[in-house]
Design a protein around this ligand. Structure first.
Ligand SMILES: [Ca+2]
Length: 184
């Protein structure tokens, strides 16, 4: 069989590769529609075509009486088959900031958490972009292990769209992300 392919490479290209391409296209189309059908009507959700993600603003994290509302947020995002948001560009940061602003909240958790002396994203993606406020992350009193974004200009010294490290029980709200490319 292997030799056959070697003798006739064109056969291999025209059959199996075309099939794979068609199956892949159908799967991605279905995934695309399923993702949009699920999230486009959701309250406080916004789709950004540059990243192919839905961003979902979630509230009431403290009503679960957890000492770690960041952990509650992580779980809530997972229940939606998503994760806490990870931000990888200026454009994406602007989009997330505007979503938070549209809810009239001033701050929200993003998926940044302290790992030793560095910060990582909870979804495991590369920390290839950051937008910390000046003099942040400062780990005030040694208890600031989670990241927030602000949606208002100079809110308690943090500029609009900038990030700050805060205690993981500080906030009641967060932003989740749903990656449409993950939908099958
Ligand atoms: Ca701080």
């Amino acid at each position: 069989m292997y030799e056959k392919f070697l003798d006739h490479p064109s056969k291999r290209n025209s059959s199996s590769c075309t099939k794979l391409l068609i199956v892949g296209l159908i799967a991605s189309q279905e995934g695309y529609h399923a993702c949009h059908n699920q999230w486009q009507m959701e309250k406080s959700a916004a789709y950004f075509n540059l990243t192919d993600k839905y961003y979902i603003f979630i509230r009431d994290l403290k009503k679960y009486n957890s000492i770690n509302s960041f952990e509650v947020a992580t779980q809530k995002c997972q229940e939606m088959n998503g994760t806490l948001v990870s931000i990888h560009s200026k454009e994406e940061n602007e989009f997330v900031k505007n979503l938070v602003k549209s809810t009239r909240e001033h701050l929200a958790f993003i998926g940044m958490y302290r790992r030793g002396s560095n910060f990582s994203w909870t979804d495991g993606s590369k920390a290839d972009y950051s937008n910390w406020n000046e003099n942040e992350p400062n780990n005030d009193q040694g208890i600031e292990n989670c990241g927030e974004i602000t949606s208002r200009h100079v809110f308690y010294g943090i500029d609009e769209g900038k990030w700050n490290d805060v205690p993981c029980d500080k906030l009641d709200v967060a932003v989740c992300q749903i990656e449409c490319k993950m939908w099958k």
